[in-house]
Design a protein around this ligand. Structure first.
Ligand SMILES: C[S@@+](CC[C@H](N)C(=O)[O-])C[C@H]1O[C@@H](n2cnc3c(N)ncnc32)[C@H](O)[C@@H]1O
Length: 198
């Protein structure tokens, strides 16, 4: 993990300062074990990938894998995306948000811990660059519907019928760890895309 950010009195670094280049930045929220982020970074060196993972163990494990592969275009940070959206991520700066099977806490009693709380959808939209996209996948219909509803309510966003099109340079699908597991188990999965107006 290469980003240290402890002084809230100074402005956060820009993506160009963090990655050392002006390439577009894609943020994966909750990369977990990191199969998707690692594969995307390997296949698309002209884009930067920034993982935000609230589990310390997972974040450190993924940071180790990134270092081991020497992927200069990938970074993972141990943080809560809800906090980063308010303090760290510049408005209109993210080219893509990847939000895949984001909430392990979808049961009603876990509602307080959900990403969906507060103004999550508005914060995502405001930090997204004009023309930027949000890709969403879930296996929990109620949760998916609630998230889609929140995002649809943001005036600057429009939904489009995204299925699955993240592939390697050779056209092989790039899946997340959960996605692979759920597909193998025969679960039906839900996908949606949103883009921000230019
Ligand atoms: C069910 S796992 C999915 C992991 C991965 N996206 C996949 O599809 O395999 C959800 C991940 O989101 C992370 N997470 C949950 N809430 C988060 C938050 N507020 N900020 C950052 N990461 C979060 C969890 O720690 C976990 O690693």
């Amino acid at each position: 993990m290469r980003v240290a950010f402890s002084d809230l009195s100074t402005p956060p670094p820009t993506w160009a300062e963090i990655f050392g280049n002006p390439n577009p930045v894609e943020v994966e929220i909750g990369p977990g074990k990191g199969a998707f982020l690692l594969a995307m970074a390997r296949n698309y060196p002209e884009r930067n990938f920034f993982g935000v993972e609230i589990s310390k163990r997972r974040a450190f494990r993924l940071a180790h894998l990134i270092e081991r592969e020497g992927l200069a275009n990938a970074i993972v940070i141990h943080a809560d995306i809800g906090c980063l959206l308010r303090t760290f991520i510049w408005p209109n700066s993210v080219s893509v948000y990847h939000l895949y099977f984001p909430d392990p806490w979808w049961k009603r009693r876990h509602q307080k811990r959900r990403l969906l709380r507060d103004d999550f959808a508005h914060l995502l939209a405001s930090t997204l660059a004009p023309g930027g996209k949000i890709f969403l996948a879930s296996d929990v219909p109620d949760y998916f519907a609630a998230l889609v509803q929140q995002l649809t309510a943001v005036p600057s966003l429009t939904r489009f019928p995204w299925q699955r099109d993240h592939v390697t340079r050779k056209g092989k699908p790039i899946l997340t760890d959960c996605e692979r597991k759920y597909r193998e188990a025969g679960h039906s999965l839900l996908y949606a895309g949103f883009h921000k107006h230019v």
